[in-house]
Design a protein around this ligand. Sequence first.
Ligand SMILES: Nc1nc2c(ncn2[C@@H]2O[C@H](COP(=O)(O)OP(=O)(O)OP(=O)(O)O)[C@@H](O)[C@H]2O)c(=O)[nH]1
Ligand SMILES: [Mg+2]
Length: 219
Amino acid sequence: MNNRKPRRDSDVILSNYNQKELLFKFLIIGDYGVGKTAIVRRYTEGKFSSNYKITIGADFAIKSLDWDPHTKINLQLWDIAGHERFGYMTRVYYKYAVAAALVFDISRVATFQSVKKWLTDLREKVTLPDGSSIPIVLLANKCDIQHVAIPTDQIIKFCKENKISKWYVTSAKDNKNIDEAVHYLVENVLKAKIEDEIKDSIKLRTAPITTEKSGCCKL
Ligand SMILES: Nc1nc2c(ncn2[C@@H]2O[C@H](COP(=O)(O)OP(=O)(O)OP(=O)(O)O)[C@@H](O)[C@H]2O)c(=O)[nH]1
Ligand SMILES: [Mg+2]
């Protein structure tokens, strides 16, 4: 038997009122062929294809998350072309991004060697409104392939030296750790946002109280 009371209209209105909707722009960057498009497709559509179709310029996909009963998040995943022929042209797409996944192919050393270049460029060009750097995860993709060209300790060392707080071995093909990586980024953006809101409320509260009088009676 269902004991739940039917919801009243006012409950529905109230719950809509309490819900906030956020829009986050995430970047997916890294060398060509590392699997950025495959990762985005896996995450947003749950599909994988072994055909390689080069991304031209940039592409984006959207996914909505019911994060908690009060928060809906619309994620915009910006899949940036990795081929160097697009070079710095693609950096215009970095604007307003709040997080990034930096991808390399675990079976191709050259793609790991490029990570530093992508990272430097990203940090140079994107910061949060308060000037701090955006949350970043490093993804060692294609872990389903047997040939692992980059030892784990090298990845750990790189992350430590470059202040990347989280990395994952992923596979777009086997759907490994992709949800987890995005989840980690969302959590960190929310944390930064909440801290921002707290900072703002402190700023508001500590603003000097002016007792200036107006009009002709000003002393
Ligand atoms: N085995 C395996 N292959 C993958 C994986 N992810 C991507 N691929 C393959 O790698 C090739 C390149 O993948 P894309 O996602 O197109 O690469 P990209 O990083 O978007 O490349 P650009 O658009 O040129 O920057 C494709 O043939 C994919 O099927 C994976 O996790 N495992
Ligand atoms: Mg692509």
